[in-house]
Structure formats: structure tokens, C-alpha cells
Design a protein around this ligand. Structure first.
Ligand code: CA
Length: 238
């Protein structure tokens, strides 16, 4: 299943928030609306968004204050922030960027421009996943349909394990450190511990059944996918 990017819209004007939401939905993203910084904070505490669209002029504390706060918070530190502002003065743009916004867009803006800016910050965040098919030993992966077969038998695999396998298969026989895998599979803006990689490698091996031995642990270094191992076809069935 494809991950729909979650976009947190922090905007007190409901008509603007609604317009943005409709456009995001039509473009395969999930909008979450908060009308001020406090409610945005509650949304963030519940689920971390992929991008924050932050209005400059908000009731209570200003968008710039919130940008600064989220930039200094380890949880939100690397979530891209796109400032929405009616102010076009150069000084304001500079203070928005100084506060930690990744980009800004001046109201009134075209929805096409807004979508392009959101896609740009998302691209910086999400690593490219190959959509090609690849076969290594008895494992066959189709990047376009997200199907994996082991000795021609389809297997059930979670979305993260799929991404991990996709990367390992396209870069097989090479050893990848946990930090490299986080970077290439999860994206360099994502704050997760290196141990998370171990958890997903374990799940990947389970999903692969007998072919799980092809995902090798290289002690003190990381992981590699190799076809240079004996896969016991008799232990295929659990
Ligand atoms: Ca406003």
C-alpha cells in the first residue's frame, strides 16, 4: 500500500484551509487541518505529519514563533515547513526562513504552485524507490506492482519490508550500514533509531521464509542481500 503524505495545514481562515485540503486530496495527499498553533501541536503530538503548511498570521502566537519552536523540537526538527504568508516584504521572508521554514509561499498563491512546492519538499525527504523488477536467486520483486515471489510463490510483505527488500535487491552483494539503510529506505529526515532497521530486517527474513537466509548480517557492519547462500527449499513451508 502506498503511503499518502500527511500535510498539516495550520491556517485560521477556513475557506483557505478548505481549498488547500480539497486540492491535496485530489493529489493523493492527506490533509489535516488545525486552526491555530496549539491545535497543530496536538495533531503533531498524535501523528507526525510529512509536511507542515504554516500560516504566518495566526490567532495567538504567530506562525514564525511556531516554526521556531518546531524546528527546535527533536520530534519535529526535520519535518519540512512551508510558510504561507500574505506578507511579501523581503524582511518577512527572511525572518520566516530564519525561524526554520524550508520555503515560503505568498498569498494569494495558485494551487498548482503550492502543490509543486509541497512535492519539492517531499522529494527532498523521501528517497526514490525503484519501480523496476529484479530477480536475485529465488526472490523476484516487482517494484511497480509491489509483488514479491519466492520460488514463484507470492509472499505477504509489509510496506517497509518491501522498501527495504527493494533497496537491498537493487544493491545486492554489497554491505549496507544501518545508517545507510535508514537514509536510503526511510529518508534522511526521518528520526528513527538504528535498531529499527534490525526490527524490519527480522520481519523481512520472516516474510521471505527459507529465502530469509539471503539477508545476511555482516557483524559489526550491517546487512547485505546475497545469492551466494544455500536456500533450503524443503523448509519453504512454515
Ligand atoms: Ca491567517
Amino acid at each position: 500500500m502506498r503511503h499518502l503524505p500527511k500535510v498539516l495545514i495550520v491556517e485560521d481562515e477556513s475557506s483557505i484551509a478548505e481549498l488547500i485540503s480539497v486540492n491535496l486530496r485530489h493529489n493523493g495527499m492527506t490533509p489535516i487541518w488545525a486552526e491555530d498553533g496549539e491545535s497543530a501541536q496536538r495533531e503533531i503530538d498524535a501523528v507526525l505529519p510529512d509536511v507542515i503548511l504554516l500560516d504566518w498570521m495566526l490567532p495567538g502566537q504567530s506562525g514564525v514563533m511556531w516554526a521556531r519552536k518546531w524546528r527546535n523540537d527533536p520530534r519535529t526538527k526535520s519535518v519540512p515547513i512551508l510558510m504561507l504568508t500574505a506578507k511579501s516584504a523581503e524582511n518577512d521572508k527572511v525572518s520566516g526562513l530564519d525561524a526554520g521554514a524550508d520555503d515560503y509561499i505568498t498569498k494569494p498563491f495558485s494551487t498548482q504552485e503550492l502543490l509543486a512546492r509541497i512535492r519539492a519538499v517531499l522529494r527532498r525527504r523521501t528517497p526514490e524507490q525503484s519501480t523496476e523488477t529484479v530477480t536475485i536467486g529465488c526472490i523476484h520483486l516487482d517494484g511497480a506492482t509491489h509483488r514479491v515471489t519466492v520460488t514463484d510463490i507470492p509472499i505477504k510483505i509489509g510496506p517497509t519490508e518491501f522498501k527495504l527488500l527493494n533497496f537491498l535487491m537493487h544493491h545486492s552483494e554489497r554491505v549496507h550500514t544501518r545508517s545507510q539503510l535508514l537514509d536510503k529506505v526511510w529518508g534522511d529526515h526521518v528520526f528513527i533509531e538504528e535498531r529499527t532497521v534490525d526490527v524490519h530486517v527480522k520481519r523481512l527474513r520472516e516474510a521471505l521464509g527459507a529465502a530469509g537466509v539471503m539477508v545476511e548480517t555482516v557483524r559489526g557492519t550491517g546487512y547485505r542481500l546475497t545469492s551466494q547462500v544455500q536456500v533450503d527449499s524443503l523448509s519453504q513451508q512454515p
